[in-house]
Design a protein around this ligand. Structure first.
Ligand SMILES: Cc1cc2nc3c(=O)[nH]c(=O)nc-3n(C[C@H](O)[C@H](O)[C@H](O)COP(=O)(O)OP(=O)(O)OC[C@H]3O[C@@H](n4cnc5c(N)ncnc54)[C@H](O)[C@@H]3O)c2cc1C
Length: 475
Protein backbone atom coordinates (compact mmCIF):
# COMPACT_ATOMS: atom_id res chain seq x y z
CA UNK A 1 0.00 0.00 0.00
CA UNK A 2 1.67 3.21 -1.16
CA UNK A 3 1.72 6.41 0.86
CA UNK A 4 -0.32 8.14 -1.89
CA UNK A 5 -3.29 5.76 -1.44
CA UNK A 6 -3.20 6.37 2.28
CA UNK A 7 -3.08 10.13 1.77
CA UNK A 8 -6.04 9.92 -0.60
CA UNK A 9 -8.05 7.96 1.95
CA UNK A 10 -6.96 10.28 4.72
CA UNK A 11 -8.15 13.30 2.72
CA UNK A 12 -11.56 11.72 2.31
CA UNK A 13 -11.98 11.45 6.08
CA UNK A 14 -14.23 13.95 7.76
CA UNK A 15 -11.47 15.46 9.88
CA UNK A 16 -8.81 16.85 7.63
CA UNK A 17 -5.13 17.26 8.43
CA UNK A 18 -4.38 19.88 11.08
CA UNK A 19 -3.13 23.28 10.04
CA UNK A 20 0.57 23.08 10.55
CA UNK A 21 2.68 25.87 11.99
CA UNK A 22 5.89 25.59 10.00
CA UNK A 23 8.07 27.19 12.67
CA UNK A 24 7.44 24.24 15.00
CA UNK A 25 8.07 21.84 12.22
CA UNK A 26 11.35 23.54 11.26
CA UNK A 27 12.39 23.70 14.92
CA UNK A 28 11.89 20.03 15.60
CA UNK A 29 13.38 19.02 12.23
CA UNK A 30 16.51 21.10 12.81
CA UNK A 31 16.82 19.53 16.26
CA UNK A 32 16.52 16.03 14.78
CA UNK A 33 19.04 16.70 12.03
CA UNK A 34 21.52 18.02 14.62
CA UNK A 35 20.84 14.93 16.77
CA UNK A 36 21.40 12.55 13.88
CA UNK A 37 24.66 14.28 12.95
CA UNK A 38 25.88 13.91 16.53
CA UNK A 39 25.03 10.20 16.47
CA UNK A 40 27.05 9.66 13.29
CA UNK A 41 30.04 11.40 14.84
CA UNK A 42 29.78 9.29 17.99
CA UNK A 43 29.42 6.11 16.01
CA UNK A 44 32.87 6.49 14.52
CA UNK A 45 34.84 7.02 17.72
CA UNK A 46 32.83 6.38 20.88
CA UNK A 47 31.47 2.90 21.47
CA UNK A 48 28.48 2.93 23.87
CA UNK A 49 30.28 0.95 26.56
CA UNK A 50 32.93 3.65 27.02
CA UNK A 51 30.54 6.51 27.63
CA UNK A 52 29.74 7.89 31.08
CA UNK A 53 26.81 6.18 32.79
CA UNK A 54 25.08 9.51 33.46
CA UNK A 55 24.37 10.41 29.85
CA UNK A 56 22.23 8.87 27.11
CA UNK A 57 21.27 9.68 23.55
CA UNK A 58 17.67 8.62 23.99
CA UNK A 59 15.85 8.26 27.31
CA UNK A 60 12.50 6.51 27.19
CA UNK A 61 10.29 7.06 30.22
CA UNK A 62 8.13 3.97 30.69
CA UNK A 63 9.14 0.42 29.85
CA UNK A 64 5.71 -0.99 28.94
CA UNK A 65 4.97 -2.37 25.50
CA UNK A 66 5.19 1.02 23.81
CA UNK A 67 8.46 2.11 25.46
CA UNK A 68 10.04 -1.32 24.95
CA UNK A 69 8.98 -1.44 21.32
CA UNK A 70 10.49 1.99 20.67
CA UNK A 71 13.71 0.89 22.37
CA UNK A 72 13.85 -2.30 20.29
CA UNK A 73 13.30 -0.58 16.95
CA UNK A 74 15.83 2.16 17.73
CA UNK A 75 18.56 -0.32 18.59
CA UNK A 76 17.65 -2.53 15.67
CA UNK A 77 18.54 0.39 13.42
CA UNK A 78 21.72 1.49 15.24
CA UNK A 79 23.30 -1.11 17.47
CA UNK A 80 26.58 0.61 18.37
CA UNK A 81 27.33 4.18 19.32
CA UNK A 82 23.84 5.09 20.54
CA UNK A 83 22.86 4.71 24.16
CA UNK A 84 19.18 4.05 24.74
CA UNK A 85 17.98 3.99 28.36
CA UNK A 86 14.49 2.96 29.45
CA UNK A 87 13.39 4.17 32.89
CA UNK A 88 10.69 2.07 34.52
CA UNK A 89 9.41 2.61 38.03
CA UNK A 90 7.45 -0.64 38.31
CA UNK A 91 9.52 -3.41 36.68
CA UNK A 92 6.95 -6.03 37.75
CA UNK A 93 4.34 -4.02 35.78
CA UNK A 94 1.76 -4.44 38.52
CA UNK A 95 -0.24 -1.40 37.37
CA UNK A 96 0.88 -1.03 33.74
CA UNK A 97 -1.76 -1.05 31.00
CA UNK A 98 0.33 -3.50 29.03
CA UNK A 99 0.05 -6.27 31.62
CA UNK A 100 -3.61 -5.63 32.51
CA UNK A 101 -4.84 -5.45 28.93
CA UNK A 102 -6.86 -8.14 27.15
CA UNK A 103 -4.49 -8.18 24.17
CA UNK A 104 -6.93 -7.80 21.28
CA UNK A 105 -5.90 -6.93 17.75
CA UNK A 106 -8.23 -5.83 14.97
CA UNK A 107 -8.12 -4.10 11.60
CA UNK A 108 -11.53 -2.58 12.08
CA UNK A 109 -11.02 1.11 12.77
CA UNK A 110 -12.37 4.25 11.13
CA UNK A 111 -9.06 6.08 10.58
CA UNK A 112 -6.59 4.85 7.95
CA UNK A 113 -3.66 5.34 10.32
CA UNK A 114 -5.21 3.06 12.96
CA UNK A 115 -5.98 0.38 10.39
CA UNK A 116 -2.41 0.46 9.13
CA UNK A 117 -0.89 0.51 12.62
CA UNK A 118 -2.79 -2.63 13.54
CA UNK A 119 -2.11 -4.34 10.23
CA UNK A 120 1.57 -3.92 10.98
CA UNK A 121 0.93 -5.29 14.49
CA UNK A 122 -0.43 -8.48 12.90
CA UNK A 123 2.51 -8.68 10.48
CA UNK A 124 4.93 -8.24 13.38
CA UNK A 125 3.28 -11.11 15.29
CA UNK A 126 3.45 -13.32 12.20
CA UNK A 127 7.18 -12.64 11.90
CA UNK A 128 7.87 -12.54 15.61
CA UNK A 129 10.78 -14.98 15.42
CA UNK A 130 12.52 -12.78 12.88
CA UNK A 131 12.25 -9.87 15.28
CA UNK A 132 12.59 -11.26 18.76
CA UNK A 133 14.82 -14.32 18.63
CA UNK A 134 17.72 -13.89 21.05
CA UNK A 135 20.89 -15.99 20.64
CA UNK A 136 19.04 -18.58 18.51
CA UNK A 137 16.39 -19.01 21.25
CA UNK A 138 12.81 -18.55 20.03
CA UNK A 139 10.79 -15.83 21.77
CA UNK A 140 8.03 -17.02 24.14
CA UNK A 141 4.82 -18.09 22.43
CA UNK A 142 2.44 -15.11 22.60
CA UNK A 143 -0.56 -17.49 22.26
CA UNK A 144 -2.10 -15.76 19.27
CA UNK A 145 -5.78 -16.74 18.83
CA UNK A 146 -6.74 -15.99 15.23
CA UNK A 147 -10.44 -15.16 15.68
CA UNK A 148 -12.02 -12.06 14.22
CA UNK A 149 -13.77 -9.13 15.82
CA UNK A 150 -17.50 -9.03 15.12
CA UNK A 151 -18.99 -5.54 15.37
CA UNK A 152 -22.79 -5.38 15.46
CA UNK A 153 -24.69 -2.28 14.29
CA UNK A 154 -28.24 -1.07 14.78
CA UNK A 155 -29.88 1.01 12.06
CA UNK A 156 -28.20 4.12 13.49
CA UNK A 157 -24.73 2.64 13.05
CA UNK A 158 -25.12 1.18 9.56
CA UNK A 159 -23.85 4.18 7.62
CA UNK A 160 -20.69 4.53 9.70
CA UNK A 161 -20.08 0.78 9.49
CA UNK A 162 -20.25 0.88 5.70
CA UNK A 163 -17.91 3.88 5.53
CA UNK A 164 -15.41 2.15 7.83
CA UNK A 165 -15.65 -1.00 5.75
CA UNK A 166 -14.80 0.86 2.53
CA UNK A 167 -11.72 2.45 4.10
CA UNK A 168 -10.61 -0.86 5.65
CA UNK A 169 -11.00 -2.75 2.37
CA UNK A 170 -9.17 -0.10 0.38
CA UNK A 171 -6.22 -0.49 2.75
CA UNK A 172 -6.22 -4.25 2.25
CA UNK A 173 -7.89 -5.31 5.51
CA UNK A 174 -9.77 -8.60 5.32
CA UNK A 175 -13.21 -7.60 6.54
CA UNK A 176 -16.68 -8.64 5.42
CA UNK A 177 -20.11 -7.16 6.01
CA UNK A 178 -22.77 -9.62 7.14
CA UNK A 179 -26.49 -9.08 6.64
CA UNK A 180 -28.69 -10.31 9.46
CA UNK A 181 -29.44 -13.49 7.52
CA UNK A 182 -25.74 -14.21 7.04
CA UNK A 183 -25.02 -13.33 10.64
CA UNK A 184 -27.61 -15.86 11.82
CA UNK A 185 -26.17 -18.52 9.52
CA UNK A 186 -22.61 -17.99 10.70
CA UNK A 187 -23.25 -17.43 14.42
CA UNK A 188 -26.66 -18.99 15.19
CA UNK A 189 -26.20 -18.35 18.93
CA UNK A 190 -26.44 -14.56 18.47
CA UNK A 191 -29.78 -12.91 19.12
CA UNK A 192 -30.09 -10.48 16.21
CA UNK A 193 -32.90 -8.36 17.68
CA UNK A 194 -32.28 -4.72 16.78
CA UNK A 195 -29.26 -5.60 14.59
CA UNK A 196 -29.19 -4.38 10.99
CA UNK A 197 -25.63 -5.15 9.91
CA UNK A 198 -22.42 -6.74 11.17
CA UNK A 199 -18.79 -6.37 10.24
CA UNK A 200 -16.43 -9.31 10.70
CA UNK A 201 -12.65 -9.52 10.38
CA UNK A 202 -11.59 -12.67 8.55
CA UNK A 203 -7.80 -12.35 8.99
CA UNK A 204 -5.22 -10.51 11.08
CA UNK A 205 -7.58 -10.22 14.03
CA UNK A 206 -7.76 -12.00 17.35
CA UNK A 207 -6.05 -11.81 20.70
CA UNK A 208 -2.77 -12.77 22.32
CA UNK A 209 -0.91 -12.59 25.62
CA UNK A 210 0.49 -9.06 25.98
CA UNK A 211 2.69 -10.09 28.91
CA UNK A 212 4.57 -12.59 26.73
CA UNK A 213 5.06 -9.98 24.03
CA UNK A 214 6.35 -7.47 26.57
CA UNK A 215 8.79 -10.01 28.02
CA UNK A 216 10.06 -10.94 24.58
CA UNK A 217 10.47 -7.33 23.43
CA UNK A 218 12.30 -6.42 26.60
CA UNK A 219 14.66 -9.38 26.33
CA UNK A 220 15.42 -8.54 22.73
CA UNK A 221 15.93 -4.83 23.46
CA UNK A 222 18.33 -5.69 26.29
CA UNK A 223 20.24 -8.10 24.05
CA UNK A 224 20.79 -5.20 21.63
CA UNK A 225 22.23 -3.04 24.40
CA UNK A 226 19.20 -1.12 25.72
CA UNK A 227 19.61 -0.38 29.43
CA UNK A 228 16.58 -0.65 31.72
CA UNK A 229 16.85 1.46 34.87
CA UNK A 230 14.54 0.89 37.84
CA UNK A 231 13.51 4.39 38.95
CA UNK A 232 10.77 6.99 38.97
CA UNK A 233 11.15 10.11 36.83
CA UNK A 234 10.24 13.02 39.08
CA UNK A 235 11.53 16.06 37.22
CA UNK A 236 13.71 17.59 34.52
CA UNK A 237 16.20 20.37 34.07
CA UNK A 238 15.68 22.57 31.02
CA UNK A 239 18.08 24.61 28.94
CA UNK A 240 16.61 27.90 27.69
CA UNK A 241 19.54 29.88 26.48
CA UNK A 242 19.41 29.91 22.70
CA UNK A 243 17.32 32.87 21.66
CA UNK A 244 17.60 33.71 17.95
CA UNK A 245 19.43 36.94 17.24
CA UNK A 246 17.21 37.81 14.28
CA UNK A 247 13.49 37.60 13.92
CA UNK A 248 10.80 38.01 16.54
CA UNK A 249 11.62 37.22 20.15
CA UNK A 250 10.45 33.77 20.98
CA UNK A 251 10.84 33.00 24.70
CA UNK A 252 10.54 29.31 24.06
CA UNK A 253 12.97 29.03 21.19
CA UNK A 254 15.04 25.90 21.44
CA UNK A 255 13.98 24.92 24.90
CA UNK A 256 15.42 21.52 25.61
CA UNK A 257 15.48 19.01 28.39
CA UNK A 258 19.03 18.69 29.63
CA UNK A 259 18.66 16.22 32.46
CA UNK A 260 16.08 13.72 33.59
CA UNK A 261 15.81 13.41 37.38
CA UNK A 262 15.25 9.89 38.61
CA UNK A 263 14.23 8.90 42.16
CA UNK A 264 15.89 5.57 42.81
CA UNK A 265 13.97 2.76 44.55
CA UNK A 266 14.57 2.10 48.26
CA UNK A 267 16.06 5.41 49.23
CA UNK A 268 16.20 9.16 48.92
CA UNK A 269 18.82 9.16 46.12
CA UNK A 270 17.91 11.23 43.04
CA UNK A 271 20.06 10.61 40.00
CA UNK A 272 20.45 12.95 37.10
CA UNK A 273 20.72 11.56 33.57
CA UNK A 274 21.77 13.88 30.74
CA UNK A 275 19.57 13.20 27.72
CA UNK A 276 19.68 14.33 24.11
CA UNK A 277 16.19 13.04 23.31
CA UNK A 278 13.45 12.16 25.80
CA UNK A 279 10.43 10.03 24.88
CA UNK A 280 7.27 10.01 26.97
CA UNK A 281 6.03 6.39 26.99
CA UNK A 282 4.44 6.63 30.44
CA UNK A 283 1.09 5.12 29.39
CA UNK A 284 -1.80 6.35 31.57
CA UNK A 285 0.67 8.61 33.48
CA UNK A 286 1.76 10.43 30.32
CA UNK A 287 -0.30 13.55 31.08
CA UNK A 288 1.09 13.71 34.60
CA UNK A 289 4.66 13.31 33.34
CA UNK A 290 4.18 16.15 30.85
CA UNK A 291 2.99 18.42 33.65
CA UNK A 292 6.44 18.07 35.23
CA UNK A 293 7.66 20.06 32.20
CA UNK A 294 4.91 22.65 32.73
CA UNK A 295 3.17 21.50 29.56
CA UNK A 296 -0.34 22.84 30.01
CA UNK A 297 0.74 25.97 31.91
CA UNK A 298 1.56 29.48 30.74
CA UNK A 299 0.93 31.15 27.40
CA UNK A 300 0.92 30.18 23.75
CA UNK A 301 1.60 26.52 22.91
CA UNK A 302 2.74 25.77 26.47
CA UNK A 303 -0.82 26.36 27.67
CA UNK A 304 -2.01 23.25 25.84
CA UNK A 305 -1.80 20.15 27.99
CA UNK A 306 -1.25 16.57 26.91
CA UNK A 307 -4.84 15.25 27.15
CA UNK A 308 -3.99 11.82 28.54
CA UNK A 309 -5.24 10.45 31.84
CA UNK A 310 -5.88 7.05 33.44
CA UNK A 311 -9.41 5.70 33.02
CA UNK A 312 -10.34 2.56 34.91
CA UNK A 313 -11.73 -0.38 32.92
CA UNK A 314 -12.99 -3.68 34.37
CA UNK A 315 -12.51 -7.10 32.81
CA UNK A 316 -14.77 -9.92 34.07
CA UNK A 317 -13.99 -13.61 33.61
CA UNK A 318 -16.93 -16.01 33.56
CA UNK A 319 -17.78 -19.63 32.91
CA UNK A 320 -20.64 -20.70 30.68
CA UNK A 321 -20.33 -24.25 29.28
CA UNK A 322 -23.50 -23.86 27.21
CA UNK A 323 -22.21 -20.63 25.62
CA UNK A 324 -20.73 -20.26 22.12
CA UNK A 325 -18.00 -22.71 21.12
CA UNK A 326 -14.65 -22.47 19.41
CA UNK A 327 -15.95 -20.24 16.62
CA UNK A 328 -16.72 -17.43 19.08
CA UNK A 329 -15.13 -14.18 17.86
CA UNK A 330 -14.69 -11.02 19.92
CA UNK A 331 -18.22 -9.66 19.74
CA UNK A 332 -18.82 -5.92 20.17
CA UNK A 333 -22.47 -5.12 20.84
CA UNK A 334 -23.91 -1.77 19.64
CA UNK A 335 -24.07 -0.81 23.35
CA UNK A 336 -20.27 -1.12 23.58
CA UNK A 337 -20.39 -4.31 25.67
CA UNK A 338 -17.88 -6.88 24.43
CA UNK A 339 -17.14 -10.53 25.13
CA UNK A 340 -14.86 -13.20 23.79
CA UNK A 341 -13.88 -16.75 24.47
CA UNK A 342 -10.96 -17.19 26.86
CA UNK A 343 -9.17 -20.47 26.24
CA UNK A 344 -11.20 -23.65 26.01
CA UNK A 345 -13.75 -25.13 28.39
CA UNK A 346 -16.53 -22.57 28.25
CA UNK A 347 -14.65 -19.60 29.69
CA UNK A 348 -15.16 -16.02 28.50
CA UNK A 349 -14.10 -12.49 29.35
CA UNK A 350 -16.14 -9.32 28.89
CA UNK A 351 -16.21 -5.58 29.57
CA UNK A 352 -18.08 -2.35 29.01
CA UNK A 353 -16.67 1.18 29.02
CA UNK A 354 -18.69 3.64 31.12
CA UNK A 355 -20.09 6.94 29.87
CA UNK A 356 -18.23 10.13 30.76
CA UNK A 357 -20.56 10.68 33.75
CA UNK A 358 -20.08 7.13 35.02
CA UNK A 359 -16.25 7.11 34.98
CA UNK A 360 -15.08 5.48 38.25
CA UNK A 361 -12.41 6.90 40.53
CA UNK A 362 -8.84 6.10 39.52
CA UNK A 363 -7.42 6.13 43.04
CA UNK A 364 -7.20 2.34 43.09
CA UNK A 365 -7.67 -0.75 40.95
CA UNK A 366 -10.65 -2.16 42.89
CA UNK A 367 -13.32 -3.89 40.81
CA UNK A 368 -16.96 -2.78 40.84
CA UNK A 369 -18.96 -6.03 40.77
CA UNK A 370 -22.26 -4.11 40.58
CA UNK A 371 -21.13 -2.81 37.20
CA UNK A 372 -21.18 -6.39 35.96
CA UNK A 373 -24.42 -7.36 37.69
CA UNK A 374 -26.44 -4.26 36.86
CA UNK A 375 -25.05 -3.04 33.57
CA UNK A 376 -23.09 -5.68 31.72
CA UNK A 377 -24.77 -8.99 32.40
CA UNK A 378 -28.20 -7.87 31.13
CA UNK A 379 -26.60 -6.79 27.82
CA UNK A 380 -24.71 -10.08 27.47
CA UNK A 381 -27.71 -12.27 28.16
CA UNK A 382 -29.85 -10.24 25.77
CA UNK A 383 -27.35 -10.95 22.97
CA UNK A 384 -26.62 -14.60 23.84
CA UNK A 385 -29.38 -16.45 25.66
CA UNK A 386 -26.99 -19.02 27.15
CA UNK A 387 -25.27 -16.23 29.09
CA UNK A 388 -28.33 -16.01 31.35
CA UNK A 389 -26.73 -18.95 33.15
CA UNK A 390 -23.16 -17.81 33.33
CA UNK A 391 -21.07 -17.94 36.50
CA UNK A 392 -18.80 -15.01 37.26
CA UNK A 393 -15.45 -16.35 38.47
CA UNK A 394 -13.12 -13.39 38.87
CA UNK A 395 -12.32 -9.93 37.56
CA UNK A 396 -9.57 -7.34 37.37
CA UNK A 397 -9.21 -3.66 36.56
CA UNK A 398 -6.60 -1.77 34.57
CA UNK A 399 -6.07 1.78 33.40
CA UNK A 400 -6.65 2.85 29.81
CA UNK A 401 -4.11 5.48 28.65
CA UNK A 402 -7.08 7.62 27.69
CA UNK A 403 -6.86 10.57 25.31
CA UNK A 404 -9.75 12.72 26.53
CA UNK A 405 -9.99 14.76 23.31
CA UNK A 406 -10.18 12.27 20.46
CA UNK A 407 -9.23 8.80 21.81
CA UNK A 408 -6.29 8.45 19.47
CA UNK A 409 -2.55 8.11 19.66
CA UNK A 410 -0.41 11.24 20.11
CA UNK A 411 2.91 10.76 18.38
CA UNK A 412 5.85 13.05 17.66
CA UNK A 413 7.59 16.09 19.07
CA UNK A 414 6.39 18.82 21.39
CA UNK A 415 6.30 22.18 19.55
CA UNK A 416 8.21 24.07 22.23
CA UNK A 417 10.43 21.58 24.08
CA UNK A 418 12.27 20.44 21.00
CA UNK A 419 13.78 17.21 22.34
CA UNK A 420 10.60 15.89 24.03
CA UNK A 421 8.59 13.32 22.06
CA UNK A 422 5.22 11.70 22.75
CA UNK A 423 4.07 8.10 22.23
CA UNK A 424 0.84 8.29 24.20
CA UNK A 425 -2.94 8.29 24.35
CA UNK A 426 -3.75 4.92 22.76
CA UNK A 427 -7.11 4.74 24.56
CA UNK A 428 -7.53 0.98 24.53
CA UNK A 429 -5.62 0.06 21.37
CA UNK A 430 -1.97 0.46 22.36
CA UNK A 431 -1.10 -3.23 22.58
CA UNK A 432 -1.80 -3.92 18.94
CA UNK A 433 -0.24 -0.63 17.84
CA UNK A 434 2.96 -0.90 19.90
CA UNK A 435 5.10 -2.59 17.20
CA UNK A 436 4.17 -0.01 14.54
CA UNK A 437 4.63 2.85 17.00
CA UNK A 438 8.11 1.57 17.84
CA UNK A 439 8.98 1.42 14.16
CA UNK A 440 7.48 4.88 13.48
CA UNK A 441 9.34 6.52 16.37
CA UNK A 442 12.62 5.00 15.19
CA UNK A 443 11.99 6.48 11.74
CA UNK A 444 11.14 9.88 13.12
CA UNK A 445 14.08 10.02 15.53
CA UNK A 446 16.72 8.46 13.30
CA UNK A 447 15.55 9.39 9.79
CA UNK A 448 13.70 12.65 10.51
CA UNK A 449 10.37 11.57 9.00
CA UNK A 450 7.91 8.69 8.88
CA UNK A 451 8.94 6.21 6.18
CA UNK A 452 6.27 3.53 6.36
CA UNK A 453 3.02 4.81 7.91
CA UNK A 454 2.53 8.58 7.78
CA UNK A 455 1.50 9.54 11.32
CA UNK A 456 1.77 13.31 10.88
CA UNK A 457 -1.92 13.76 11.65
CA UNK A 458 -1.38 12.13 15.05
CA UNK A 459 0.93 14.95 16.21
CA UNK A 460 0.42 17.20 19.24
CA UNK A 461 -0.24 20.15 16.90
CA UNK A 462 -3.84 19.04 16.45
CA UNK A 463 -4.63 20.10 20.03
CA UNK A 464 -3.07 23.53 19.50
CA UNK A 465 -5.06 23.92 16.29
CA UNK A 466 -8.16 22.56 18.04
CA UNK A 467 -8.62 20.07 15.23
CA UNK A 468 -9.40 16.74 16.92
CA UNK A 469 -9.06 13.56 14.92
CA UNK A 470 -11.56 11.15 16.47
CA UNK A 471 -11.54 7.41 16.04
CA UNK A 472 -15.10 6.15 15.71
CA UNK A 473 -14.44 2.56 16.75
CA UNK A 474 -13.22 2.78 20.34
CA UNK A 475 -14.25 -0.17 22.51
C1 LIG B 1 -8.47 -3.53 30.67
C2 LIG B 1 -7.70 -3.13 29.46
C3 LIG B 1 -7.91 -3.77 28.24
C4 LIG B 1 -7.20 -3.39 27.12
N1 LIG B 1 -7.39 -4.08 25.95
C5 LIG B 1 -6.64 -3.78 24.88
C6 LIG B 1 -6.76 -4.55 23.69
O1 LIG B 1 -7.55 -5.49 23.63
N2 LIG B 1 -5.99 -4.23 22.64
C7 LIG B 1 -5.12 -3.19 22.68
O2 LIG B 1 -4.45 -2.94 21.67
N3 LIG B 1 -4.97 -2.44 23.78
C8 LIG B 1 -5.70 -2.71 24.88
N4 LIG B 1 -5.58 -1.96 26.02
C9 LIG B 1 -4.75 -0.75 25.98
C10 LIG B 1 -3.29 -1.06 26.12
O3 LIG B 1 -3.11 -1.89 27.21
C11 LIG B 1 -2.48 0.23 26.28
O4 LIG B 1 -2.83 1.13 25.26
C12 LIG B 1 -1.00 -0.09 26.17
O5 LIG B 1 -0.65 -1.10 27.06
C13 LIG B 1 -0.17 1.14 26.46
O6 LIG B 1 1.17 0.73 26.61
P1 LIG B 1 2.23 1.68 27.28
O7 LIG B 1 3.53 1.00 27.22
O8 LIG B 1 2.10 3.03 26.68
O9 LIG B 1 1.69 1.87 28.78
P2 LIG B 1 2.00 0.98 30.07
O10 LIG B 1 1.94 -0.45 29.79
O11 LIG B 1 1.12 1.49 31.17
O12 LIG B 1 3.49 1.33 30.38
C14 LIG B 1 3.87 2.62 30.87
C15 LIG B 1 4.93 2.41 31.92
O13 LIG B 1 5.42 3.68 32.32
C16 LIG B 1 5.82 3.59 33.66
N5 LIG B 1 5.88 4.95 34.20
C17 LIG B 1 4.87 5.85 34.27
N6 LIG B 1 5.33 7.00 34.79
C18 LIG B 1 6.64 6.83 35.06
C19 LIG B 1 7.66 7.65 35.61
N7 LIG B 1 7.40 8.90 36.02
N8 LIG B 1 8.90 7.15 35.74
C20 LIG B 1 9.19 5.88 35.35
N9 LIG B 1 8.26 5.05 34.83
C21 LIG B 1 7.01 5.51 34.67
C22 LIG B 1 4.73 2.74 34.30
O14 LIG B 1 5.19 2.11 35.47
C23 LIG B 1 4.40 1.75 33.19
O15 LIG B 1 5.02 0.50 33.36
C24 LIG B 1 -6.27 -2.32 27.18
C25 LIG B 1 -6.04 -1.67 28.40
C26 LIG B 1 -6.74 -2.07 29.54
C27 LIG B 1 -6.47 -1.38 30.84
Amino acid sequence: MGMSTVCRIARRCVYSTCKSDMSHFVRSMSFLSEFQKSLKEKDSFAPTENRPADEADIVIIGGGLVGSSIAYFLKRKIVRGMRVVVIERDPAYTRASSSLSVGGIRQQFSLPENIQLSMYGAEFLRNIKEHLTVDDADPPDVQFNPYGYLFLATEKGVRQMKTNYEIQRELGAKVELLTVTKLKEKFPWINTDGIELASYGTANEGWFDPWCLLTALKQKAKSLGVQYVHGNVTGFTIKKDKIPKNGPYDPYYDNRIQNVKISMPNGPEVRSLAATVVVNAAGPQAGHLSKLLKIGEGNNEMSVSLPVEPRKRYVYFYHCPSGPGLDCPLVVDPTGAYFRREGLGGNFICGLSPSEEEEPSVNNLNVDYDWFEDRLWPLLSKRVQAFENLKLKCAWAGFYDYNTVDQNAIIGGHPVISNFFFANGFSGHGIQQAPAIGRAMSELLLEQSYKTIDLSRFGFQRFIDQQPLPEMLVV
